[in-house]
Design a protein around this ligand. Structure first.
Ligand SMILES: *[C@@H]1O[C@H](CO)[C@@H](O)[C@H](O)[C@H]1NC(C)=O
Ligand SMILES: *[C@@H]1O[C@H](CO)[C@@H](O)[C@H](O)[C@H]1NC(C)=O
Ligand SMILES: *[C@@H]1O[C@H](CO)[C@@H](O)[C@H](O)[C@H]1NC(C)=O
Ligand SMILES: *[C@@H]1O[C@H](CO)[C@@H](O)[C@H](O)[C@H]1NC(C)=O
Ligand SMILES: *[C@@H]1O[C@H](CO)[C@@H](O)[C@H](O)[C@H]1NC(C)=O
Ligand SMILES: *[C@@H]1O[C@H](CO)[C@@H](O)[C@H](O)[C@H]1NC(C)=O
Ligand SMILES: *[C@@H]1O[C@H](CO)[C@@H](O)[C@H](O)[C@H]1NC(C)=O
Ligand SMILES: *[C@@H]1O[C@H](CO)[C@@H](O)[C@H](O)[C@H]1NC(C)=O
Length: 498
């Protein structure tokens, strides 16, 4: 509660800022948490009217705040939700129960429906999805962890004018609605140009990562420093029950604590999970599903501007998710969706439809447990086999291959040793392939020995949907990878069995 609010008997009964008409509350089996403000000491009950009725036992307003947890409500609606005290009440109308997804990150999550390809067609479709409801948190910073939002940018609404809403978030909600056929609530809370550290609590930043660089950095409209958006734009939401989160961020860490991202990003996910679980009194799952977009492209021709490392670090250096470090996560690979002529800069590709669609495949498999939904592109079985002629890469699934001379590279050394970004990498052509195996030429190393192989390890590795390796259906691109040949002692890259 903000310091200005007096603990008074005259405080009007009301809900917290992010409860409103037309909202979606989390459906069963979880229970929705509702809270708000009221006259000190008053007894508050909350009742639900609509398809069924429900009334909570009374709770007492303490320090100006009341809070209730509803019994589980099945998907559907509409309901009216009314908070009552003896002589006054506050009502939320047209409330639906469904799944709430929180959408966070930086400018590519903020990238709105007005800016994407086919914008007018996509906006015209919005009205056909009255059960997918948007809400957007205003861009605000705070030095301390806030209980409630400073400001709401877009209140809960039946979607009509959606030009300013996140395209990835909206399209994800729309595609999931087609699949689930019940209401979806979308909570957008993101800000352009922001590094992961500003979205992380000080508790998360203290974990292992030893973030050494605490110098305030200038990004966006004001100087940003650690935890400032966690405090103002995420912490207030902890008390709401949510189904899961989506995240599109990492560009701002390509030049800022880049080599910590393999720790700071998984640490933030763990911390959000713990905090949302605690804030909702155990309703939001402790391992709620967390989906994210692997970085797309920025500068064509640039060899290493940090994007390849961030993509790898987004997976905690496994190359794929979920993995033992990042459980119940899913990833949309996007490095094959470049947009050389984006009027918003090449760092903002306009095809968000494929990004959102790939996220929904991950959500269906990981969050909703649908069997047989393919959501990960081909990944090599490790270790790869290397000899003086070939690197033999066997994938975990059937591959669709387009021959390429450039996108695979081998590291050529006189004496075998682990390879890193500064090692001598040489482009190596695909010379042969079948359903699951690709042979890369190692003769490009000439008299030297091949020590490692990497794939798509540059900012902008291929043209639009034209990378060399896709799933058999061509829907899912192979994510980038880097791995040592097995004869290299102490190869630095993690593999399946570690
Ligand atoms: C909710 O309240 C509105 C306005 O008071 C009323 O018109 C509507 O019928 C109510 N809906 C339900 C489901 O109770
Ligand atoms: C409700 O009752 C409280 C005290 O019981 C009083 O202070 C307040 O003014 C009343 N509000 C209304 C709207 O009558
Ligand atoms: C919060 O953000 C809004 C716009 O998003 C801005 O108008 C307002 O000044 C900000 N308030 C604070 C306290 O930062
Ligand atoms: C993260 O990456 C850095 C350098 O890229 C490496 O030194 C470190 O061991 C990695 N940490 C983890 C937790 O994987
Ligand atoms: C919301 O959750 C936070 C974090 O667990 C907690 O400190 C705060 O008291 C909760 N607020 C309400 C209104 O329950
Ligand atoms: C835009 O619409 C055209 C025509 O329907 C379609 O071929 C294309 O795939 C759409 N683009 C995106 C990014 O969805
Ligand atoms: C090198 O590897 C290729 C592909 O696995 C294999 O066909 C070939 O026999 C190997 N050559 C040698 C000399 O081991
Ligand atoms: C490549 O390796 C796989 C798995 O070990 C093996 O089945 C296949 O025969 C190899 N390919 C060639 C051409 O040697």
């Amino acid at each position: 509660i903000s310091k200005g609010l007096l603990l008074s008997h005259n405080v009007k009964l009301r809900f917290a800022s992010y409860y409103g008409n037309h909202m979606v509350l989390q459906k069963s089996p979880e229970r929705a948490v509702l809270w708000g403000y009221g006259p000190e000491g008053a007894q508050v009950t909350v009742s639900l009217s609509g398809l069924m009725k429900q009334q909570t036992s009374p709770v007492t307003v303490t320090n100006g705040i009341w809070r209730v947890t509803l019994d589980p409500v099945a998907a559907g609606g509409p309901y009216n939700v009314t908070a009552n005290i003896r002589n006054s009440s506050a009502t939320l109308t047209d409330v639906l129960f469904g799944d709430i997804w929180l959408c966070g990150g930086q400018s590519n999550m903020l990238f709105n429906m007005n800016q994407i390809f086919n914008s007018s067609e996509e906006l015209a479709l919005v009205a056909k999805y009255p059960h997918v409801r948007p809400f957007m948190v205003a861009l605000n910073t705070s030095e301390t962890e806030l209980k409630d939002l400073i400001e709401v940018a877009i209140p809960w609404s039946v979607p009509t004018v959606m030009a300013d809403f996140s395209a990835v978030c909206w399209l994800f909600g729309r595609y999931m609605y087609e699949n689930l056929k019940y209401p979806i609530g979308l909570v957008e809370s993101c800000w352009g140009g922001t590094p992961v550290e500003v979205w992380s609590s000080s508790r998360a930043l203290k974990q292992l990562c030893e973030i050494v660089c605490l110098i305030p950095i200038k990004h966006g409209p004001r100087a940003m420093h650690n935890s400032i958006l966690w405090n103002g734009m995420i912490h207030p939401l902890l008390n709401m029950t949510i189904k899961g989160a989506l995240w599109y961020q990492g560009e701002a860490n390509a030049n800022y604590n880049q080599n910590k991202y393999n720790c700071s990003f998984p640490a933030m996910i763990d911390d959000w999970r713990m905090a949302f679980h605690q804030g909702s009194g155990g309703q939001t799952a402790l391992d709620f599903p967390f989906g994210f977009v692997q970085l797309s492209t920025y500068e064509k021709g640039t060899k290493d501007d940090g994007f390849p490392n961030i993509r790898w670090h987004q997976t905690a250096d496994f190359g794929f998710v979920p993995n033992i470090r990042m459980k119940k996560t899913f990833m949309a690979v996007a490095l094959d969706l470049p947009d050389a002529t984006s009027p918003y800069g090449t760092i903002h590709p306009r095809d968000k439809q494929d990004v959102a669609y790939r996220l929904t495949l991950g959500a269906r498999a990981v969050a909703y447990g649908e069997k047989d939904v393919a959501f990960s592109g081909p990944f090599p079985k490790l270790p790869v086999a290397c000899n003086e002629t070939y690197v033999n890469i066997t994938f975990d699934q059937t591959v669709s291959v387009t021959p390429s001379k450039e996108v695979f590279e081998v590291c050529c050394l006189e004496t075998l040793a682990p390879c890193g970004p500064k090692s001598p990498w040489v482009q190596a052509p695909i010379v042969q392939w079948d359903q699951t195996t690709i042979l890369i030429s190692a003769t490009v190393c000439q008299s030297l020995q091949v020590a490692a192989v990497r794939y798509a390890w540059r900012d902008w590795p291929c043209d639009f949907k034209a990378c060399p390796v896709y799933s058999a259906s061509r829907v899912l691109p192979a994510p980038p990878f880097i791995t040592s040949c097995p004869s290299v002692k102490g190869g630095i890259w993690k593999s399946y069995w570690t």
